[in-house]
Design a protein. Structure first.
Lengths: 291, 414
């Protein structure tokens, strides 16, 4: 009984990890290719949530979770073209400062547009309730999120490993100078990666608006977790981020099972231990430019 | 394309985290011919959403007072800032008194931050009106002569909801599972809840203490299901109430969810069909009395939405403070304390007037249990709550639902 319950917590943690993954994967991609830690990533998550709440009012939830990430990805083009692009080769302090500043600007902009108090959002009635699988209980809505996460994951993996687009991106992560020598400009690829990254963050925001509070600072709250996941997973590694996100979710679930007070601290302890044992993260590749 | 070390990155990451925790001080003007009043309220973090309403309320009150001639013919200079956390709240309170020359302080929602401001007030011998903190301990073992408490304490919230639950037969012989905020407020509320359960024949099947930065409650909800309680009870605060309510609706458990603490702002943020059960409130914008209606109209006109209960409490506190200073023609702490300790009654936009109880400085007033209005009966999206009868009932003295001297003793040092 006790064991079954623990297992239930582990599975629940995996589902939660899937949600961290949507945000962390984009952060990791942008970092791996562009070398920029996008501290404004949380802002796109928040925008995704706000925009989806607005769209839900007119077109319903189904359209909102599709249209909101697309709209935010379009914004990502402007973000990459006019801001990020200037900082790929600059001192990383500069890109940290500019994206941090942008995160604050975005949060205030949300305050100005939608107001400081949280706005309300709810799950469509058809998706409420839980599903029992044996003795395991799952929220129906979270199962849907899990399915979406798996779909996105497969899509991104195929994009990176089975297309010529992906080959250039992966080569760009490892050897940008060689890619340039072959006469390929990385910039358009970078625009696409940023679109994909912030689009995934917005997708996470759209799906989480109905089950967490939608308020201007929601982006700032999530960026720390995403950052921790990327650091644990290791730079430049697709599967590293996947494993790290699931691990963070599971460790949190197990910790809350035994020692609830340590639940939120567990991921930092995990990061600490991983960095001690393996400074480049779980599956981080030895990338020359970062050593 | 670029080259730098991973170590630099981690360092800058840490620096960023540190900088964002400090918050950013506002710029303050100094003008000697004005009366300075310091206002602190959380504008960020898990209480930030309801704190923003508090700031709107206090600003409206200051504007109205200034338009009608100010306090002792001087204009109010309101210094209103984000209190951030207990340590920052205390630093800012000290600065407001020492450098900005605030004659009196008001505000706060977090019981932990309120406690540190109370200590600053006592040290500097300045009066502080703790407007939104609800922990009993602030009125009891932590009480001091310079601090006044405007919101209803935890015991009153428990009594308000408890009375309503008792009438529905949801207490006697029932198993409760509580989810409690892990800081002074939550601990205190759990204590009040346990006292109520013991006195009314209910048992506590389980309790989870929850850190204030938790946003995902799914592991806790699995624990709730494991315990199979009759009633689940929320002892959380701020954004966490909204998150729990949303996720509780998501999982769709059969056990009714009730709560001993809720602010209207958290209810409004919950989303359609998510909130259910019985909860307490201290004031609601649909209360039917002339003063309340006038306030709601003025607030709605200015801000385009009705006031939340923290907007109300900030508004009435500054108003009654201005009224008191104008009457006694002094901003001296001793004169103010003496005035309020006379238990002078104030119109606080409720059927019955309120007064500060002399021995623990608690604003004694009615409270209301509420349930959620069916959607068909809502006039607009703000019209969510169906208020129950005021507690205590009209024939009984207001103090009946407040902790007594023996239950929550307060010794004020002179």
């Amino acid at each position: 009984m006790q064991f079954a319950f623990l297992l239930e917590q582990v599975v629940n943690g995996l589902v939660l990890g899937g949600y961290y993954l949507l945000i962390a994967l984009g952060l990791s991609l942008i970092f791996s290719v562009g070398g920029v830690v996008n501290l404004a990533h949380g802002a796109f998550f928040a925008l995704g949530a706000y925009v989806s709440v607005e769209i839900t009012k007119y077109l319903g939830f189904g359209s909102a979770v599709v249209l909101s990430p697309i709209a935010v990805a379009m914004l990502g083009i402007l973000f990459e073209r006019y801001i990020l692009r200037r900082f790929y080769t600059a001192d990383p302090i500069l890109s940290l400062l500019v994206t941090f500043g942008l995160a604050m600007v975005a949060e205030q902009a949300i305050r100005i547009i939608w107001g400081a108090p949280p706005i309300s959002a709810a799950i469509p009635p058809a998706l409420r309730g839980s599903v029992l699988a044996g003795d395991f209980l799952f929220s129906r809505y979270r199962l849907l999120i899990l399915a979406v996460v798996i779909g996105v994951l497969v899509g991104v993996w195929l994009l990176l490993h089975k297309t010529s687009f992906g080959r250039v991106v992966r080569a760009g992560i490892q050897r940008p100078d060689m890619v340039a020598a072959l006469g390929i400009r990385l910039q358009p690829y970078m625009t696409a990666i940023v679109m994909l990254g912030v689009g995934m963050a917005a997708l996470a925001g759209a799906f989480f608006a109905p089950i967490t509070i939608v308020q201007p600072a929601m982006g700032a709250d999530i960026i720390t977790v995403a950052f921790v996941v990327v650091v644990i997973g290791g730079l430049g590694s697709f599967w590293g981020v996947v494993i790290a996100a699931l691990l963070v979710g599971v460790v949190r679930g197990i910790t809350i099972h035994f020692e609830p007070a340590a639940g939120e601290a567990s991921m930092y302890v995990l990061m600490f231990v991983v960095l001690l044992v393996r400074p480049r993260g779980l599956l981080g590749e030895r990338i020359e430019k970062f050593e | 394309m670029f080259s730098y070390s991973r170590r630099t990155l981690l360092k800058t990451g840490a620096a960023f985290a540190g900088a964002s925790a400090l918050g950013f001080p506002a710029i303050v003007r100094a003008q000697a011919t004005r009366i300075k009043i310091g206002h602190l309220v959380p504008l960020t973090g898990f209480l930030g959403a309801i704190g923003s309403y508090a700031q709107l309320g206090v600003k409206l009150a200051a504007e109205e007072i200034n338009q009608s001639g100010g306090i002792m013919a001087k204009q109010i200079d309101l210094i209103s800032e984000d209190s951030v956390n207990p340590a920052t709240a205390s630093t800012k309170a000290q600065r407001m008194i020492e450098q900005d020359g605030a004659v009196v302080l008001l505000g706060e929602i977090s019981s932990a931050s309120s406690l540190t401001i109370m200590q600053v007030a006592e040290r500097n011998k300045k009066v502080f009106f703790s407007t939104g903190a609800r922990s009993d301990a602030l009125r009891g073992k932590n009480c001091n002569r310079y601090s006044f408490h405007c919101d209803i304490p935890n015991t009153v919230m428990v009594n308000a909801v408890g009375t309503a639950l008792n009438q529905k037969g949801m207490v006697k012989g029932k198993k409760f599972f509580t989810l409690t905020a892990d800081y002074i407020f939550g601990h205190d509320l759990l204590k009040a809840a346990k006292t109520f359960f013991d006195a009314n024949g209910a048992t506590l099947a389980g309790d989870e203490l929850i850190a204030t930065d938790v946003t995902d409650f799914s592991p806790y909800l699995l624990k709730v299901r494991q315990a199979k309680p009759d009633v689940v009870c929320c002892n959380l605060a701020g954004n966490q109430v909204t998150n729990l309510v949303k996720q509780y609706a998501e999982f769709g458990f059969p056990y009714p969810l009730v709560g001993f603490n809720l602010n209207t702002g958290d209810a409004w943020a919950a989303g359609e069909g998510n909130l259910s059960g019985t909860w307490p409130t201290v004031w609601y914008h649909t209360l039917d009395n002339p003063a309340s209606k006038a306030f709601v109209a003025a607030f709605t006109q200015k801000y385009g939405k009705p006031p939340e209960n923290h907007a109300w409490i900030e508004y009435i506190t500054l108003k009654l403070l201005a009224q008191a200073i104008n009457e006694i023609k002094s901003t001296e702490s001793d004169a103010l304390i003496a005035h309020f300790e006379k238990q002078t009654e104030f119109d606080i936009m409720k059927a019955r007037k309120g007064y500060f109880r002399s021995w623990d400085h608690q604003l004694v007033q009615e409270a209301y249990p509420f349930t959620v209005k069916p959607k068909a009966e809502m006039k607009d999206k703000w019209d969510m709550l169906l208020l129950g009868d005021a507690v205590p009932v009209a024939a009984e003295p207001l103090e009946k639902i407040y902790p007594t001297k023996t239950q929550n003793p307060c010794e004020m040092k002179a």
